[in-house]
Ligand binder design. Structure first.
Ligand code: ATP
Ligand code: MG
Length: 442
């Protein structure tokens, strides 16, 4: 087991209040109360991590984390509204209504050589959860930009690893030897891409260099963590940038092997165009504060895999409805091997796919049933996204747009309402519309 401690020496640089842009009014009142209370209790306490980084670049942090010299039990004794969570990493959550301030005791990343992550000694968990100094705590973090500490003593920022300058230069730099740090935790590769996308930072060349070769390690990461990370990558308003970053660093295929392979095999680029269009729409919704759904996101990300699997099955003459069902199931099962998508999302994801084949059906009864389907709206949005890959959906889109407002009018207007009765196709597949074609690219 390699030593977990990166070979870096923390050297303190204090950035005084007049040399940085963090103002108390931008910090959550709850976080400030936690900081003051801990200080009054005689402990060291700092705002740390993403909040400090985001404030320095003028962003508004979504959560505020505190690092302290107080043990979790000491934190608990100071706050009535505090609960301790986690067994291995004991953390204190101080709860203010809907806001939770996470308070973590300074930790060190040490290897006791036992290889046993659960070993106890003197009330401490060894190996990756030994309490330490602020220097230890800085060194075990991932990027220098994430290892900055803001104090209410004099409102300065403490920087042990050059993170302040890296933030000014908008660069993400791993602390310590990049390869070692990725091997310790492969999810850091995704964090690099995600934070670069979110902050519009560059990834330092030495930090970026090992990613492509180490990308396969992601398959060993915990599927539940990959699910959470996927949501953060794509549902935080910078999905397009995340996607391109993952692509650029060879991580897309590691995360989504089947979808990646399908996009690569798709010469026209239509499948990729659909995914990017969908992500663009998702980013716009986030920017407009509109809700976004994991089911729709996964339907989008896995769409290339679904299309490819479906085409394979259709080439084997599996009947369409059967082929769709089987393709949906197959892609879902394969996907779950890497990313733990809960059923409450994977089921509607499949429905969105399966409904795509029903947009060609124009019988009144079917139209009414389709519009009433709980997933109709998502499926229709999805159909619109598919236009980025193919112009053959325009007529369906026009029909269903009108059908939502006035189904009878739409059916009357539909140029396809002549299918019934004559025509060979209609006779062969009497319940299907003549022009119906298999789902192909886009
Ligand atoms: P965001 O909140 O925008 O997702 P963040 O940097 O705050 O970004 P969190 O997951 O909230 O991300 O983590 C808080 C802090 O914990 C980070 O800033 C970093 O210092 C540390 N951290 C998080 N994940 C890791 C990791 N995998 N390895 C080392 N340190 C980490
Ligand atoms: Mg955070």
């Amino acid at each position: 087991m390699p030593n977990d401690i990166p070979s870096v020496t923390p050297v303190l640089r204090t950035i005084p209040r007049d040399q940085h842009t963090i103002s108390r009014k931008d910090i959550s009142a709850s976080a400030l109360r936690v900081l003051y209370r801990l200080r009054e209790g005689g402990h060291e306490a700092y705002l740390v991590g993403g909040a400090v980084r985001d404030l320095l670049v003028g962003g508004s942090p979504k959560d505020f984390d505190v690092a302290t010299s107080a043990t979790p039990e000491e934190v608990k004794s100071l706050f009535r509204n505090c609960r301790l969570i986690g067994r291995r990493f004991r953390l204190a959550h101080v709860v203010f209504g809907r806001e939770i301030i996470e308070v973590a005791t300074f930790r060190a990343n040490v290897d006791d050589g036992s290889g046993d992550r659960e070993t106890h000694e003197g009330g401490r968990l060894l190996r990756d959860n030994v309490y330490g100094t602020i220097e230890d705590d800085a060194v075990r973090r991932d990027f220098t930009a994430n290892a900055l500490y803001y104090t209410i003593d004099d409102f300065s920022v403490r920087d042990y690893l050059g993170g302040f300058e890296d933030v000014q230069n908008r660069v993400l730099k791993l602390i310590g030897d990049p390869e070692t740090r990725y091997r310790e935790d492969p999810v850091r590769m995704l964090r690099a891409v995600r934070l670069a996308a979110k902050l519009d930072f560059d990834i330092d060349p030495a930090t970026a260099a090992p990613i492509r070769a180490l990308a396969p390690l992601l398959s060993e990461a915990a599927p539940a963590r990959l699910f959470e990370e996927t949501l953060k990558l794509f549902l935080s308003g910078h999905g397009v940038a995340s996607f391109k970053g993952l692509e650029r660093h060879g991580l897309l295929k590691a995360m989504f092997p089947e979808a990646g392979a399908a996009m690569e095999a798709n010469r026209s680029g239509a499948l990729r165009a659909v995914v990017l269009e969908g992500l663009r729409g998702t980013d716009a919704r986030v920017a407009a504060d509109e809700p976004v759904s994991p089911a729709f996101l996964f339907a989008l990300l896995m769409w290339p895999a679904y299309c490819r699997t479906l085409m394979t099955l259709q080439a084997q003459d599996v009947p369409p409805a059967d082929a769709q069902r089987r393709a949906a199931d197959r892609v879902t099962v394969h996907e779950l091997a890497t990313i733990a998508v809960p059923r409450r999302f994977s089921l509607p994801m499949q429905e969105i796919w399966l409904l795509q084949s029903r947009f060609g059906l124009r019988q009144r009864k079917r139209v009414m049933r389709m519009i009433a389907h709980p997933r109709f709206r998502a499926a229709f949005d999805f159909l619109q996204v598919r236009q980025a890959g193919s112009d053959e959906h325009a007529e369906d889109i026009a029909f269903w747009r009108e059908a939502q407002l006035d189904p009878d009018m739409a059916i009357a207007h539909s140029p396809m309402d002549d299918w019934e009765g004559d025509g060979d196709d209609a006779q062969r597949t009497p319940r299907r519309r003549r022009r119906r074609r298999p789902v192909t690219t886009g």
